[in-house]
Design a protein around this ligand. Structure first.
Ligand code: ZN
Length: 133
């Protein structure tokens, strides 16, 4: 089911302030910026081997990332696992009693099919399932 870690999502107050650290200090390949309108978030992606770091900056006060920053501050927001079939992975999670935030997989950054599980059911770690192909 899980093939690898797709990416680690990090909530930030300013992409502009943090991009130089990942690009210039760590020397990661910068893959680009993307705004995901329905999540009210702007992302910056970096390549780390065959996985990625995803910085998430809110674009509105009612963005889920804005709420996270308010409550927890900047830091790791979620871990995304790459799965071969997102719909099946969601069904499997639900069958074991894990409640999903996204009961139906939806479109995420990069045009991938994604679904989030509720952190209450994943021991406090917001967990994303992502299908990239
Ligand atoms: Zn993500």
């Amino acid at each position: 089911m899980v093939e690898k870690i797709s990416h680690i999502g990090i909530a930030v107050t300013s992409l502009e302030a943090q991009i130089p650290f990942y690009r210039d200090v760590l020397g990661l390949e910068f893959l680009g910026l993307e705004t995901v309108e329905d999540q009210k978030v702007k992302t910056a992606m970096f390549k780390v081997g065959d996985t990625r770091i995803e910085l998430l900056e809110p674009t509105a006060e009612d963005s889920p990332i804005a709420k996270f920053l308010e409550k927890r501050g900047q830091g790791i927001h979620h871990i995304a696992y790459q799965v071969d079939d997102c719909r099946k992975a969601v069904q499997r999670m639900e069958a074991t009693g894990v409640q999903m935030i996204d009961k139906e997989p939806r479109r995420g950054a990069g045009g991938h099919t994604i679904a989030f599980a509720h952190p209450k059911y994943t021991f406090g770690i917001l967990t994303e399932l992502t299908q990239e192909h």
